[in-house]
Write a new protein. Sequence first.
Lengths: 213, 536
Amino acid sequence: MSAPAMTAIQHGLQSCGVCGLLSRPAPGHDDGRCPRCGEALAFRKHGSFQRSWAFLIAAAVCYIPANVLPVLTTTTATGSDSDTILQGVVLLWSPTGWPLSIIVLVASIMIPSAKIVALAYLLVSAQRGSVKNAEQRLRLYRMVEFIGRWSMVDVFVDTFTAALIQLQPLMSVAPAPGLFFFAAVVVFTMLAVESFDPRLIWDAASSNEVEYA
Amino acid sequence: MPDPEAPIPRAPDSRVVSKKRTRFSLVWFVPIVAAVAGAWVAVTRALSEGPQISIVFHSAEGMEAGKTKVRYNGVDIGTVTAIRLSDDHRRVIATADMAPKTESFLAEDTKFWVVRPRVSGANITGLGTLISGAYITLEIGSSKEEKRDFEALETPPVVTGDLPGRLFVLKTPNLGSLDTGTPIYFRRLQVGQVASYELDKDGKSFTVQAFVRAPYDQYVNPDTRFWHASGIDVSLSASGLNVKTQSLLSVLIGGVAFETAANAPLEPPAEANTVFTLYADRTEAFEPPPENPQVYQVIFNESVRGLTPGAPVEFRGIKIGEVTDVRAQVDLRNFAFSIPVTITLDPRRLGVNIIGRGRGLDLAIVRRRLIESMVAHGVRAQLRSGNLLTGALYVSLDFFPDAPPATIDWSQTPIQLPTIPGQLEATEATVEDVIKKIDKLPLQAIADNLRKSLADLDRTLITADQTLHSTDRTLVSARGTIDNANSLVGPNSPQAQQLTNTLQEVSRAARSLRVLSDYLERHPESLIYGKKGGPQ
């Protein structure tokens, strides 16, 4: 970035996060609302770092049981089996089924962990006021935001399977505790992304001390 | 570039909504809750982790890591997680994760075994495993010590510790068709099983562990007899053919039966692990054991073919002992062969109640006097045929008042009882006598006479035949004569015709005579004057 861009905050204006309307902040310390759409206004999202970190930590905490605990319990005539996500990947791995195995591996293990790492990087770099690679970081943020909802595919597959395969007494499938943690990981990362204010990325670049966060 | 300080005039004022702000964001509860939930799950998982055990098998047939369960009374209490070969490749070591709080199952003497479909003589077990696959089950030991490394049993134990009942020890020289699981019968009701058996160290007998279920174990008391109920017991007696069996199953696979003698005094049930003798059959089991047996010797000078050790010694049909030894001896002074037979007598079996026994009188002396007086009254030992078909002999003691007097030499050991020749010998002598008499008969003369008489008879018969022939001829001539006579008197014969004509003439003559007589009646004068009127 050659020159710091002009920002609304430098002009004492607040922009609406929904409709984009610029407005003057309310007098005093009270929060204002967008005169057009009624959205709460702030120079930057309140407690963005704090909320993002909180959700991110929650997601990271949930990520461990999500992968350690079984997500699916299969009961057949010969007994019952509980499989974790990784066991599922191993189970699916066969000369013909490997693409499916890779899909599960990418969607269920790599993407959630990548999201957590990416968000942590974004938060740390923004808090340290790094000015490097602001554009790439913004692109990373958008990617994380876009990809977030797709991680729910695993949860959907699980719930569908559990609902469809109920061939009592021959075979039945039930969700196991790991699934709830996995869903929590997805939800918490989405909330963390939602809480993060991407404008913080270039605040540092605009060489203006940000004290609203 | 506009002055950053100057406000943008057209920008509208934002609406004012007052809101309380807190320093500490409530959002931090989210990771805390997540951490608590995660920690809680981790703790429950850790608590639900049971002990890990290893079981050594001979073969992992039917077992699969991650699938094979450890079950107790049908409840899963663990899963086999890994199966590997031992370092020497001879055995299989299965590692199993047990359910939490199963430490109490893992006593020092807990026994593990694999449940597979099994067919043994008496029962079929583990059919369910055909579908569900093999599983490991266990019998909880009673030891207080815990253990984690076990050695599995090859075959499931017949008797599990939690089954109420008692184990008894049976001693038998012959295992027969007994096997682990062989049923035990009480009055033909199956009340237990053979739990195990082993050959004693001396190799002479077997020790059989027999398990009798509650409540039937109370019928086993110290007086109870056990016997082999295997197969069919066929006996032929004077009352007919006797076939005795236990249940059909025991006929096929053998069994053990026990019973207490009906007249036995009521006794408290036997303690567990009481040692009993396993008899060969029911009769043997209830035979009273010999008490204070007395050994005698009887010497026979005849063939003892058919007399074997074990043959009975009977007194007037009552079995009072048995033959224990039969051998031959020779007296070199006169080269006389004799066969001393050793017999054991159980005086109690005689059923003689000794009464009037004086105080302080030794029982041995009483017996001695008894035997002395018996011999004085003619009691002798004799060989008799017990079975005409098999030629089995037995020793009989009976009264022979005509027997030559005998005395007993009490200084000898064993004491010899006097004998007389056996029935068989006497019979042989009689038969020989008869044969000799037959031999003395003048058979040749009798035959000659007989032949002569027969020749005479032949001649007589020929004469008779000739006589019969002439008689025949006479009869033929007689018939010719009769035929002639017949033709003379026949209705169409000329004689008859002539007779008829003659009779007609006579009739006409008679009529003429009547006419004459009528005329004479009316004209009697005509007799003198002749007929008047002349001819008419």
